[in-house]
Design a protein around this ligand. Sequence first.
Ligand SMILES: Cc1cc2nc3c(=O)[nH]c(=O)nc-3n(C[C@H](O)[C@H](O)[C@H](O)COP(=O)(O)OP(=O)(O)OC[C@H]3O[C@@H](n4cnc5c(N)ncnc54)[C@H](O)[C@@H]3O)c2cc1C
Length: 594
Amino acid sequence: MSHFKVNEKDLFFILKNQLNYGSLCRLDRYREIDEETLDLLVNEAVKFARTEIAPLQDIGEKWGVVLENGEVRCAPEFQAVFRLYGENGWTAAARDPEYGGQGFPHMMRIVINDLMYGACQAFNMAPSLTHGAAHLIESFGSRELKERFIPPMFSGQWAGTMALTEPQAGSNLAAIRTVATPEGEHYRIKGSKIFISWGDHDLAENIIHLLLARIAGAPEGVKGISLFVVPKIRVNPDGTLGEPNDVFCNGVEKKLGLHASPTCLLNFGDQDGCVGYLCGEAHNGLAHMFQMMNAARINTGVSGMTLAGTAYLNALAYAKERIQGSDLAGRKPGYVPIIDHPDVRRMLLWMKATVDGMRSMIYTGAFWSELALELPKGEEKNHFQALVDFLTPIIKAYCSDLGFKVCETAIQCLGGYGFCREYPLEQYLRDSKIMSLYEGTNGIQSIDLLGRKMRLHGGALFKSYLAEIQAFCRKQAGQPRLGPQIQALSAAVDRLEGMALTLSEKMKSDPLQWASYTYPALLCFGDITMAWRLLDLAVIAQNLMETQGENDFLTGKILQATYFTGTTLPLTLARLETCLRSGREVVEMPEGAF
Ligand SMILES: Cc1cc2nc3c(=O)[nH]c(=O)nc-3n(C[C@H](O)[C@H](O)[C@H](O)COP(=O)(O)OP(=O)(O)OC[C@H]3O[C@@H](n4cnc5c(N)ncnc54)[C@H](O)[C@@H]3O)c2cc1C
């Protein structure tokens, strides 16, 4: 039985009414596409997610993964869907047709992932990693590498991974020790990688690892790291499969969640027989890998949001059916469905607002990213790139943490049944916990945001971000129904600016004290971005009401925004103050006192 739920109307309201995503078809690259085609793509993705992917959620959870004689086996149903996913064009929907892509706008990749991750997070990691790995080759590989590796990856014949982490190199990739020794046209790879998602499996004929290693004799630190294409099975120049490439799976992690996704310990070159190909510039591999890591960070936010979305809709369905207690105000006789109780409605409204706000935040980031990639060189392009760079750690950390909290609240809505395996919510909770950990922990994201991103290009990224929200506040401050909330947002943005600049100064004067407040500061950025996106949706709904009249859908957009801003922004302001404390307790606490 599938538990996947999505409200397409919410999704299209953001895409069409808030972002006008059809306007992308005016960009040179998409002249052949129109808005109707984009709508069709979204509807087909919903259908594919519901019919093909969603059933894998329960199947995969029950089967798990099996490691036998060095080979990983997954639930048999996964193989056919992985192949179909590639054949139907989902893996490469937003890639250039030159190597088998469908040529849709880049942002459609995010919309597709929203649906597919929501249907089965553990499964969708496989095609999503395959896409990211092939796209790295597309961006940095030689023509020969591209021709040999990309088409079978896009078509669902082969899979891909990102192979970075080593036992001593988790958050700190500068400590990578895997070695690549030059040998003619290729390199010999030797080393161990841990925690590699979909590192081994039986879904595809071959697995192509995009691996970070140090060329023998390269300098220490990040500058000495290079990117390699390392197949599980060697690939002949004509594209046929050759000998095994001395890549072995030495273990599969037993995890809290994502039981259907094999998280592998991989040994490369134990028998000195592992061949890899340099992808891009020698010693510049980490910079290249950031293309995949940044996309993966956004996708982690997508996962947090979409798991929260399906958890919320499951809780909503339950709340309409579960009869318990009487109506407090005596409006209905007898016992009532729990959705009638204000405390349950409080949770439902918070979850609804949070999911819609996160989706709007993420789709807005994806839209900006499209403009940053496709606009001609110039100020406007730079502005959108600055926005994307600034928003990436906020999307990653805020949406992953909040996604987990929504799953927890959804369980609370169900009462004791939420805690039981018979209902899907405990699995969403377990699966969503990983989002705050991988792709750079949320603590690391906060350091990136309040450190590097705040200061980059003389603070230009931060200024671009503030300018967007301030322009909205200025334009809409007089809005008759939403004006007070918009003015409250404007005041919060001013406080945020002051806090972020003051904190930035502390980075120089007292870096340890600074680093003990970066995470709560990131949450303030997240709250304010959410309030902005929700109020924007509410203004659009308010304007539509004037022509269409009132209806539940539009009323919902207004009430979720006034509720979120009214109950969250006062807490955000208090948190902003705490970020300005001069207290050094976190730093001064003696280790022995913990
Ligand atoms: C299920 C799963 C799937 C994964 N998939 C992949 C994959 O496909 N490919 C891949 O390469 N890796 C993968 N990883 C690895 C993942 O990216 C790492 O676990 C993550 O980067 C954190 O590294 P670590 O676990 O070694 O934690 P550590 O780096 O040891 O961190 C432990 C704690 O210390 C904090 N910390 C560490 N350094 C700092 C610092 N400088 N400042 C402040 N705080 C710090 C962290 O925030 C964290 O709270 C996966 C991991 C898991 C669990």
